[in-house]
Design a protein around this ligand. Structure first.
Ligand SMILES: N[C@@H](CCC(=O)N[C@@H](CS)C(=O)NCC(=O)O)C(=O)O
Length: 205
């Protein structure tokens, strides 16, 4: 049997979380290796791109979260088989990835520099991104991002929206999603209630 080992920070969020959910829901056994930031400093030299997530498949390390999501999504029915639905799924995942990239650029800033950067981030990036994504959900019928079937795009959106709503990102209002794109907040609630997602968190201590 193929051995899968996923390495990421010890948080129930971030880039690896959609993949943890996907593997759990899809019934693929994996080792959930969680490292501290201190460990990361010591271990990053071992990772192919000096970054995490890293997925080790039968002892070989691979990178890029969205590629992992597509690969395991195809094996578990959580990535569309139809090419057009696949495009829609990818568009959502890549858009979230871009948004994460813009947010990460503001990490490490302090005081007024952080305030200015976060306000600009909200106005120039997050608001347009949230509006575009809400429009896509609407175009897909309003329930899931690729139509009637639940997919890894829904998991990726869910994790990102939960992060935005957490209030943990200073100067990003916790009610931003609800005020700019209420349907995305409803979508995240819908995904949270999905039996596979709810079951996963019910068993997390
Ligand atoms: N495009 C990559 C981005 C990976 C990435 O930037 N990971 C972050 C953590 S979420 C990281 O390891 N940053 C530390 C660094 O690059 O030094 C992916 O989606 O896997």
């Amino acid at each position: 049997m193929t051995e899968v080992n996923l390495t990421y920070f010890d948080t129930d969020g971030g880039r690896a979380e959609p993949l943890r959910l996907l593997l759990h829901i899809g019934g693929i056994e994996f080792t959930d290796t969680r490292i501290s930031f201190t460990d990361f400093g010591k271990l990053r030299g071992n990772y192919p791109l000096k970054a995490v997530p890293v997925v080790e498949i039968d002892g070989v390390s691979y990178t890029q979260t969205n590629a992992m999501c597509r690969y395991f999504g195809k094996q578990t029915g959580l990535y569309p088989s139809d090419p057009w639905q696949g495009y829609l799924c990818d568009e959502i995942m890549e858009t979230v990835e871009d948004a994460i990239h813009f947010i990460v650029r503001t990490f490490g800033l302090k005081d007024d520099a952080l305030l200015q950067a976060r306000q600009k981030l909200v106005d120039d990036r997050l608001v347009p991104y949230l509006k575009m994504l809400a429009e896509r959900l609407d175009q897909a019928g309003g329930v899931y991002f690729t139509g009637t079937d639940f997919s890894v795009a829904d998991l990726k959106m869910f994790v990102w929206i939960q992060g935005l709503r957490s209030g943990k990102l200073e100067h990003i209002p916790a009610d931003l999603v609800a005020s700019v794109a209420p349907t995305l907040a409803e979508h995240a609630d819908r995904v949270a209630a999905h039996s596979g997602v709810a079951g996963y968190y019910a068993n997390r201590d």
